[in-house]
Design a protein around this ligand. Sequence first.
Ligand SMILES: Cc1cc2nc3c(=O)[nH]c(=O)nc-3n(C[C@H](O)[C@H](O)[C@H](O)COP(=O)(O)O)c2cc1C
Length: 358
Amino acid sequence: MDLFSPVTLGELELANRVAMAPLTRMRSGSSGVPGDLVVEHYAQRAGVGLIVTEGTYPNHESQAFVGQPGIVTDEQVAGWRRVADAVHARGGRVVVQVMHGGRVTHPDTNGGRRVVAPSAIAIDGQARTSTGKHPYPVPHALTTGEVRDVVRDFARAAERAVEAGLDGVEIHGANGYLLHEFLAPSSNVRDDEYGGSPENRARLVAEVVTAVADAIGAGRVGLRISPEHGIQDALEPDRADVLATYGSLLDRLRPLGLAYLSVLHRDPAGDLVQELRRRSGVPLMANSGFASVTTREEALALIEAAHADVVAVGRAVIANPDLVERWAGEHPENEIRSHLFYAAGAEGYTDYPALRAG
Ligand SMILES: Cc1cc2nc3c(=O)[nH]c(=O)nc-3n(C[C@H](O)[C@H](O)[C@H](O)COP(=O)(O)O)c2cc1C
């Protein structure tokens, strides 16, 4: 298989197998509306096979970052319509990553609202808020009824994404945010049907993805997971438990026929990821995580060995708006300026040069 060959994921037809990984950039202001700069940023990167947008909140209390975009208000939906139109005008495809921040937030970030999680266990660390760094608060443990409201809010966000003309959604079940908090035993000590056994811990994610698929069609829905990532105190130290939990989840989702499963794991070719891929029965989008920047060689190898159907590429796409063209032609890459990942404005965002002007 060739990294530069087309591939179909459910209803999503991709021109190549390089996806832009979801990348939080915090440039949507206090209204959470993607504006001119955000539109330009994504339009510049339309040459990847699929853009997965930055994590975007489905209700206000789930906002995890200052300047994060939402997909709740009419103004936010209108902003996403501009992104969709600009990417489509350049022949690209774009899905929005729907992300509930769970306990990885603070009232000074989410507008003074509650901070919620499966259980009332705080992260041991500091939240970056609009008023500086503060310890993460002890979250409110969602009641069983409130868990069902979360399912509804994800489905509603997916409907709004389609209304905005986006090609679909990716559900963020990774990296220690709300859905991952339910999956991981360290952050979920509930005793209702959403906690305890691996099947119960997988229940919310299964219900969210099923509701979203019912709302917009499974062929436009992807799911991102990061088993064993060990981030933000969502710890999964026991391989057997991980297999039982994610296996149960993917067995439940298999009949839906999702567009893709995206897995962040340090060893995409290894037993765990390949077993989860088989269990899911759908195309695999792989990413080996934060430890080292995804390279052209790594991406080529994953596809050539058929260890993945698509590779999600993060930091190299930040620095190279025309990454696919560069990788195809073996051209040099721009230097990544990581200190500007979460800065304001165009610098480090829309000012990375393309090989060819225009
Ligand atoms: C600045 C930055 C923001 C990120 N934001 C998100 C996000 O919103 N959602 C998500 O699932 N992953 C997020 N990630 C993880 C990336 O999608 C990706 O997994 C990571 O960068 C490793 O891939 P790479 O080596 O190709 O950069 C982020 C990573 C970085 C560097």
